[in-house]
Write a protein that binds this ligand. Structure first.
Ligand code: ATP
Length: 303
């Protein structure tokens, strides 16, 4: 790193499309070497945030700085590699030609053969770009994002269309990039991916940051726990549904799965009902359930 300025600094950034506040007063700083997942339901403002970060859109108010400069200057200096969702690939050129072009344009390029190998597209280097499968096209976009030695890699839903093996290889490569001190920021709908890969998770909702922390902190913030058990006798469904601190319940045959904001109190009340649960398990929420709990609580508040 040649500067001590934050990799990314959003200061009170807003962007609206007519009445829709796509990004609403977002303040955010990213540090070197972090792998950061940007989560949010459809329309939360993830793509708009990344577009603002890359200087593809201008904020209505607030400032976006990358490495202490404007997004444009940072990109011209080759400090940012990006892989966007919608990024169309040129027709009528081969994968190798396109990667060579990206390397030629980068101020600090890697060798094209190296880029092709890292993205796992060396075997399809001679194929025309418009003949690729969805997963192959994603890998080529990834190759373009890593054509040179950038300090920040921005990825919008990078693994959409990739099979499991490609996805794992992709994240292993991203880990290496972060271990070398690069910052990796990616938007995703795959919460298990964010849980497994990210050091930091940002939950965006209606253009605002709802949660910011490690996956463990986000799960703790959701505050709820899962309780599951089996019931030997008849199930008194209304009584179970009336248990205290319940935030969700699913009854399937003899198995009851509960979500509770105070598992101890719920289980205590369960015994109070005279229910003798078998195979009782109390566990924390997964990131996906925590995400749903946090965003639905916010939705309820805004109603
Ligand atoms: N060019 C545009 N014109 C009008 N509205 C837009 C435009 N781009 C985005 N929006 C609106 O802004 C909001 C945020 O959109 P954005 O694409 O940033 O969300 P997202 O979190 O990336 O969604 P998704 O997960 O569906 O990709 C949405 O309500 C969307 O409809």
């Amino acid at each position: 790193m040649t500067t001590t300025a934050p990799v990314v600094a959003f200061d009170q950034v807003s962007k609206a499309y007519d009445a829709v506040r796509a990004v609403d007063g977002l303040t955010l700083g990213l540090s070197p070497g972090q792998t950061v997942a940007l989560l949010g339901p459809n329309g939360a403002g993830k793509s708009t945030t990344l577009d603002l970060l890359l200087g593809l859109k201008r904020p209505d108010s607030g400032t976006v700085r990358l490495f202490g400069t404007s997004p444009r200057d940072a990109i011209v200096a080759g400090r940012v590699g990006a892989m966007l969702q919608s990024g169309g690939l040129m027709d009528e050129v081969t994968v190798a030609e396109l990667v060579r072009l990206a390397c030629d344009l980068h101020p600090k390029p890697y060798r094209p053969s190296e880029v092709l190998a890292r993205a796992g597209v060396a075997q399809i280097a001679d194929r025309k770009v418009d003949k690729l499968s969805g997963g192959q096209a994603q890998r080529v976009r990834f190759a373009l994002a890593t054509a040179g030695d950038s300090d920040l890699i921005v990825l919008d839903e990078p693994t959409t269309g990739m099979d499991v093996t490609t996805r794992q290889a992709f994240w292993a490569t991203m880990r290496e990039q972060a271990d070398q001190g690069r910052t990796v920021l990616f938007a995703t709908h795959y919460l298990e991916e964010a849980d497994a890969v990210a050091d930091r998770v940002l939950v965006l909702y209606r253009g605002r940051l709802l949660a910011d922390g490690t996956a463990a902190e986000i799960k703790a913030k959701a505050g709820a726990r899962r309780v599951s058990f089996e019931v030997a006798g008849a199930i008194d469904e209304p009584a179970l549904r009336a248990l205290p601190f319940l935030t969700g319940i699913d009854i399937s045959g003899r198995t009851v799965r509960i979500q509770s904001s105070d598992a101890d109190a719920t289980v205590h009340a369960l015994y109070g009902l005279g229910v003798h649960p078998r195979n009782l398990e109390v566990a924390g929420l997964g990131l996906e359930q925590a995400f749903v709990a946090i965003t639905t609580a916010e939705e309820a508040k805004s109603r």
